[in-house]
Design a protein around this ligand. Sequence first.
Ligand code: NAD
Ligand code: DAU
Length: 332
Amino acid sequence: MRSILVTGGAGFIGSNFVHHVVDSTDASVTVLDNLTYAASREAIDGLPGDRVDLVVGDIADADVVDPLVAEADAVVHFAAESHNDNSLNDPSPFVRTNLVGTFTLLEAVRRHGTRFHHVSTDEVYGDLELDDPARFTETTPYNPSSPYSSTKAGSDLLVRAWVRSFGVAATISNCSNNYGPYQHIEKFIPRQITNVLDGRRPRLYGEGLNVRDWIHTADHSSAVWAILERGRIGETYLIGADGEETNRDVVETILDLMGQPTDAYDLVTDRPGHDMRYAIDSTKLRTELGWAPQFTDFRSGLAATIDWYRANEAWWRPSKDAVEARYAEAGQ
Ligand code: NAD
Ligand code: DAU
């Protein structure tokens, strides 16, 4: 694969993936991104111009998508509206981008016979009880809770249907919660880090007992590349790094690493329909494709992420007050 179209390549995980491709392969990348509030040109600035190209455009626009797909050897599809809280305030962009956008890409890869990898989330499986011994696997039934996760679930089902009905050469991955550089500060970990840097207190929804399964975004990138290269067409692979933590533990670790008392946080209004626990069993990916995560120590991954936000205040500072004002309206 010499030429890869990466949708959403100016977002958090997409931009980290573009860096991974440039650093560890000789493929060239075209990023298709319409630069929503969640995008960051800086995240891909500085990459070699002969390897990486940015096209500003909408994945739901067939006239934009078709010629780019025609030129690509493979499409890796990250573009999405990705934040649950936003989907509760206004679901409409989620329906357009996550469903119509994915449909538009699928029609283009069908026309051109292009390899397609669809990046999805563990949230399509709904949630687990805290004491459930089970984790999500590739055969767990879909049961999404929010407008975000239901549109991602719908997009996965479109991909499966295009594989079966039209023979599209696609794979799907469902990954757990990512952390690392360039994550938008509306999301949990960067919100709390930048709160502390800004002299504000971290905010935990509800009792803070919900569990997320954390993976460094660099490990997500290497997993997606392994699936693109060696995954079996039509298959789904779950991506996770055995990183289950309660939200309270995450905040206490951040406070500790930043030299603050570990109880210096506030409990705030819970998220409606808040999923209790996500947990990934990534045995299939590890045994079939030989993938393993590199960031296995969450505390040191978190420390490096804190350092990144400390060193890159110019990147997050302009949006901080507006993000916090939106959360304040919701009592969060
Ligand atoms: P993000 O919100 O940081 O980035 C999304 C990117 O998509 C942005 O650059 C945005 O401009 C672009 N985009 C949005 N709508 C578009 C459109 N209509 N046309 C073109 N570009 C558009 O998201 P993220 O956290 O990097 O997530 C990337 C993907 O990974 C998503 O598909 C998400 O569902 C999935 N995922 C995320 C996580 C996580 O923890 N963040 C975990 C598992 C899976
Ligand atoms: O599981 C994968 C998913 O992880 C991805 O599909 C989504 O794109 C990504 O946003 C993420 O979804 P979550 O809803 O789990 O992530 P978020 O960062 O919004 O919240 C993580 C947890 O922290 C969740 O239990 C809600 C809680 N939370 C969040 C914020 C922003 C707080 O307690 N306080 C906060 O201020």
